[in-house]
Ligand binder design. Structure first.
Ligand code: HEM
Length: 415
């Protein structure tokens, strides 16, 4: 493999086996400077100017720490800029800078704090226990459908106030939104794919509009205690969120809540199958080692592969000059394998300490809002699963074709 032979903008790259992908990023990290790539062609906007791939840990961390220099609000945090009709559904605070970003995040941030998440830990436990009861009754099955997808879906929908009979619809639409280039979810005809993406956005926007209308009709003395109510009653600088802001905020939360932790859980089963010594180590002292195991799963899997930033000014970082308007892509997946920080990075080691991974992003204003929730979901589910079904193993995964999400669509499991 040569650097010239690597094209991160080519969908084919993301169909390579994970080991080849990791080897390519090792090569990118070994270069003196971040490698510049041309952008992929997309049907919804003009081809952009290209991007620097930040593959090293030091660059990812420094760019995250300097949001005034590497901002989120110019164009988008996806590689292509988002046109207006996309931003209406898929923009929200992840594509906005402070101070407005902080005000928006403030509407919901308390609900994701350790104290409030601890309050519904019993619900998470009960939900995980039911999922494992049903797994045992079902027998060997698709682990993604029967286990990994279910807990994050239930928890985020309950937090938002989405009723149980809409869970499947929420999942189907978040799957489309983060389907990358995968033909199982999205047409290979690019114009058709745009229609499907906007349709998924519209369906979720319609859902939150109807939930908001129901909240607005509730008596003032009995407001519903959920996040849609918090969004509907939010007041920023004297103004309520517009219906587009409400929709995109809701979509961000359900997409981020669903499409990440699920993949971490599926990767966890694959990792404990591939590294049985680590499973034995964990089961020998579950309470003592589960926290480290969850961090190592997130490092190793890096379910979110990257986020983009845009330079707001000329700046030199680790010897490379950037100019205003330059796009930089922060490859968390690669930073989490940087030999300069993680000894023997391809080894899955649940006792790795310290483990300063950037799977939830690096320190900065956009650090994952749901990190604490995700850690709790992973801890509770793995504890339930590995103690009650200790011999469960994964078969061959059917991986999502995406540059953005390190996803598993289907994963046969046996026990
Ligand atoms: C293992 C699971 C998860 C992973 C790997 C993950 C990863 C990430 C990453 C890499 C970012 C970007 C950080 C940055 O730009 O600095 C992010 C942001 C975010 N995450 Fe997560 N996430 C996970 C679970 C969740 C969950 C369960 C939620 C619940 C809603 C969530 C909500 C969000 C939100 C709202 C943002 C945007 C925050 C902002 O712009 O201020 N995430 N996440």
């Amino acid at each position: 493999m040569t650097v010239a032979g690597i094209d991160l903008s080519d969908t084919e790259f993301w169909a390579l086996p994970l080991a080849d992908r990791a080897a390519a990023f090792a090569l990118l990290r070994a270069q003196q400077r971040p490698v510049f790539f041309e952008e992929p062609e997309v049907p919804f906007s003009e081809k952009g100017p290209g991007y620097y791939a930040l593959a090293r840990y030091a660059d990812v961390v420094e760019a995250s720490r300097h949001p005034q220099v590497f901002c989120s609000g110019k164009g988008a945090t996806s590689i292509p800029d988002l046109p207006l009709e996309f931003n209406e559904y898929f923009g929200s605070m992840i594509n906005i800078d402070d101070p407005r970003h902080a005000r928006l995040r403030g509407i919901v941030s308390r609900a994701f704090s350790p104290r409030l998440v601890a309050k519904f830990e019993d619900d998470v436990r009960r939900a995980a226990a039911t999922i494992v009861d049903e797994l045992l009754a079902t027998g060997p099955c698709d682990f993604v459908q029967h286990v990994a997808a279910r807990l994050p879906l239930k928890i985020i929908c309950d937090m938002m106030g989405v009723p149980g009979d809409r869970y499947e619809m929420v999942l189907a639409n978040t799957n489309i939104i983060l389907s990358g280039a995968d033909p199982e979810f999205l047409s290979e005809d690019l114009d058709q794919a745009v229609i499907q993406l906007l349709g998924a956005g519209q369906a979720l926007a319609d859902l939150v509009t109807s939930l908001a209308a129901a909240r607005a009709g509730a008596p003032a003395e009995a407001p519903a205690d959920d996040l849609v109510s918090a969004l509907v009653t939010a007041n920023i600088d004297g103004e309520q969120l517009t219906s587009a802001e409400l929709a995109s905020f809701f979509i961000l939360l359900v997409v981020a809540g669903n499409e990440t932790t699920r993949n971490a859980l599926s990767h966890a089963l694959m990792l404990f199958t591939e590294f049985p010594d680590q499973r034995a180590l964990l089961l020998a002292d579950l309470e003592g080692r589960i926290e480290g195991a969850v961090e190592e799963i997130v490092r190793y899997a890096s379910p979110v592969v990257f986020m983009r930033r845009t330079a707001t000014q000329d700046y030199t970082m680790n010897g490379q000059d950037y100019h205003e308007g330059d796009k930089v892509v922060l490859y968390y997946y690669s930073a989490n394998r940087d030999e300069a920080v993680f000894a023997d990075p391809e080894r899955f080691d649940i006792t790795r300490s310290p483990n300063p991974h950037v799977g939830f992003g690096a320190a900065g204003p956009h650090y994952c809002l749901g990190a604490h929730l995700a850690r709790r979901e992973l801890t509770v589910m793995l504890r339930e699963l590995l103690t009650r079904v200790p011999d469960i193993t994964a078969g061959e995964p059917d991986r999502l074709l995406s540059s953005f999400i390190n996803g598993i669509k289907h994963l046969p499991c046996q026990f």
